[in-house]
Design a protein around this ligand. Structure first.
Ligand code: PLP
Length: 407
């Protein structure tokens, strides 16, 4: 777990989080590198038994073993802590490791979680299949309506869990009333902020206690490495860190190094993801031939008012439904030439996916429909290519998928 570094002279100048993300560097050796060195080591040495015992007792701030933490992991965690405006942070191997460590550390047998119905497929699996085996129950709520959340809370409820915007439905959850409910009922509000990133949305400002990320997405932003982060209230992060230290979902120093450098350009990349996605959304709205077009900042999005209140940009993802269902969805994927067909998102390269046959394939048809995943749903993670090329490729593919239906 990372505490704020003792020596952080740039902070004394009261700089903005974006500047801190660029300048924060807690991994610098005696050589005084300008760019952080990579600490590719599993363990760290001690001068004598006393120093080693003090390190294990937590009496001195020393690195011990890379399963616990590592300077590169600490640097990444600290940058995320700063960007999210959190008290403490830790970084782990994947986004799912971050989600599971949060559940594993903060919940016990007999506890109950209230979660938003539309969550990432693997998170849904943990809540539906894994946690019940550990004696932890989950109730899903399908709306932001605070009364529905209040009704779902029981005496044994410990946690509220939401993702916003959601994957892949792009639902927006109003965080402020959930933060208020969490305070009132002494619950932990956990927010998966992978889609918005702290550049567009800072859930702690709305009352979140813990913010989790799949750093594999926009934090890396170039489809290279996996990673996850958890930031939030110090006591909660200490519990999560202790769980991770024992259970071992450690982030590789190399991945942490890549992700930490990536954070220095996150705000620039997010700006471009947003402008490209907003433009594609407008072009699709004009072009027509798609149903249920969703982009959080389009006025037609059912939660666009909350999105505009809570987020500073609409993000890089949009979804729509093809009237020709599964078949047209497949034809569309086969017709794109610039866009990639791959499972990831948040990449520099535009990616098209078909959730019903991939990320959410393990859900039942009923569960898929409950979160808006119809057979023809297509998700586009809009990249950083020239927007005219993206628009041309998507509209051409749409036209071709329609024409082959008519043929
Ligand atoms: C919102 C969200 N949370 C968590 C995850 C899991 O992240 P990872 O693949 O890094 O484990 C994903 C992956 O797509 C996601 O979209």
């Amino acid at each position: 777990m990372i505490e704020p570094p003792v020596h952080a002279p740039h902070r004394e100048h009261g700089v903005r989080p974006e500047t801190e993300a660029v300048r924060t560097q807690i991994t610098r050796s005696h050589l005084r590198e300008h760019s952080s060195p990579l600490y590719l080591t599993s363990s760290f040495v001690f001068d004598d038994a006393e120093e080693m015992a003090a390190a294990f007792a937590g009496d001195v701030d020393r690195e011990i073993y890379s399963r616990f933490t590592n300077p590169n992991v600490e640097e990444l965690a600290d940058k995320m802590r700063v960007l999210e405006g959190a008290e403490a942070g830790h970084a782990v191997a994947t986004g799912m490791a971050a989600v599971f460590a949060t559940f594993g550390a903060l919940l016990s047998a007999g506890d109950h979680v209230v979660a938003f119905r539309s969550v990432f497929g693997s998170t849904h699996r943990l809540l539906t299949d894994v946690l019940p085996r550990l004696g932890i129950e989950c109730t899903y709520v399908g709306t932001s309506d605070p009364e529905a959340w209040r009704d779902a809370v029981r005496p044994e409820t410990r946690m509220l869990f939401v993702e916003t915007p959601t994957n892949p439905g792009l639902d927006i959850v109003d965080l402020e009333p959930l933060g208020a409910l969490a305070r009132e009922r002494e619950l932990v509000l956990v927010v998966d902020n992978s889609f918005a990133t702290p550049v567009l949305q800072r859930p702690i400002e709305f009352g979140a206690d813990v913010v989790v990320h799949s750093a594999t997405k926009y934090v890396d932003g170039q489809g290279r490495v996996m990673g996850g982060t958890v930031v939030g209230r110090r006591e909660r992060i200490e519990e999560i860190y202790a769980f991770c230290r024992a259970s071992g979902p450690s982030l590789s120093p190399f991945n942490a190094w890549v992700l930490s450098k990536s954070l220095e350009t996150l705000h620039l990349r997010m700006e471009r993801h947003c402008t490209n996605a907003a433009r594609l959304a407008c072009e699709l709205a004009t072009f027509g031939h798609v149903e249920a077009l969703r982009y959080p900042f389009l006025d037609s999005h059912p939660h666009h008012e909350v999105a505009r209140r809570q987020m500073s940009g609409g993000g890089g993802l949009l979804t729509f439904r093809l009237p020709g269902g599964l078949e047209q969805g497949r034809r569309f994927l086969d017709a794109v030439s610039l866009c990639s067909l791959t499972a990831n998102l948040g990449d520099t390269r535009t990616i098209v996916t078909h959730p019903a046959s991939t990320t959410h394939a393990k859900l039942t048809e009923e569960d898929r429909l409950a979160v808006g995943i119809t057979p023809g749903l297509v998700r586009i993670s809009v990249g950083l290519e020239d927007v005219q090329d993206i628009v041309l490729d998507v509209l051409n593919a749409l036209e071709r998928s329609r024409m082959s239906r008519r043929a």
